[in-house]
Design a binder for this molecule. Structure first.
Ligand code: DX5
Ligand code: ZN
Length: 220
């Protein structure tokens, strides 16, 4: 039985000068996806714990900090303190993935691991039972508004097979270039957590964009 799809708008392409108003447009979403970029691991700099802290209390949505940063262990305590519900670290940024995932969970948060498009699934095998989310990047991280890299859909299919065979609870997220058309392909491949930035915040009706992703899943 497939679980209802989760829709997680990314605020990276929202109007930062009016974030409170932007958050009101996406109250029907399941998660608030926060793209944290350090200008080192990815060639862009976004925002950090102070802004995230200011969002707490302005949204009822649980917040997922997607850490596109080198040395994530330095920032994890700050995002725990900022009040996020989930922290997603990149496999490529740490030799101690099992230790970081255990730490995040020991703090009572949900734990996600993100993989860049060319990173194979192998490094996940040990931690998979402890994960709430595997976030498969469907673009090269750093910017919103890019085109989905179709080849990653095979990785989604592979991971879906592994999770089903091992009867695990972990969700499969796709992140980057997700719109009505690509969401259908990602869901068909086995994704059940959709991160969408431009498709939601670039729409004149963000709530309708979220609804369209949901109905797509119901029809699917
Ligand atoms: C890219 C980020 C994505 C991105 C999604 O590095 O991780 O979350 O903001 O934006 P769209 O949906 O516009 O590709
Ligand atoms: Zn992201």
């Amino acid at each position: 039985m497939t679980r209802p799809i989760q829709v997680a708008p990314s605020i990276l392409d929202a109007d930062f000068a009016n974030l409170h108003r932007e958050l009101e447009k996406i109250v029907t979403a399941d998660w608030l996806h926060l793209d944290i970029m350090d200008g080192h691991f990815v060639p862009n700099l976004s925002f950090g714990p102070p802004l995230v802290k200011s969002l707490r209390g302005k949204t009822k949505l649980p917040m997922d900090a997607h850490l596109m940063v080198d040395n994530p262990e330095t920032l994890i305590p700050l995002f725990i303190e900022a009040g996020v519900e989930m922290i997603t670290v990149h496999l490529e940024t740490t030799p101690h993935l099992h230790r970081l995932v255990s730490w995040i969970r020991a703090e009572g948060l949900m734990a996600g691991v993100a993989l860049n498009p060319s990173t194979p699934l192998d490094g996940l095998q040990l931690v998979l039972p402890d994960l709430d989310l595997v976030l498969l990047m469907t673009v090269n991280p750093g910017y919103g508004g890019q085109k989905l890299i179709k080849g990653v859909l095979e990785k989604v299919e592979k991971l879906r097979k592994i999770i089903n065979e091992r009867n695990l609870n972990c969700r499969i997220g796709v992140d980057g270039g997700i719109n009505l058309e690509t969401a259908g392909e990602a869901i068909a491949a086995g994704a059940d957590h959709l991160v969408a930035g431009t498709y939601v915040f670039g729409s004149p009706e963000p709530a309708a964009a979220i609804r369209s992703l949901r109905t797509l899943c119901e029809e699917g």
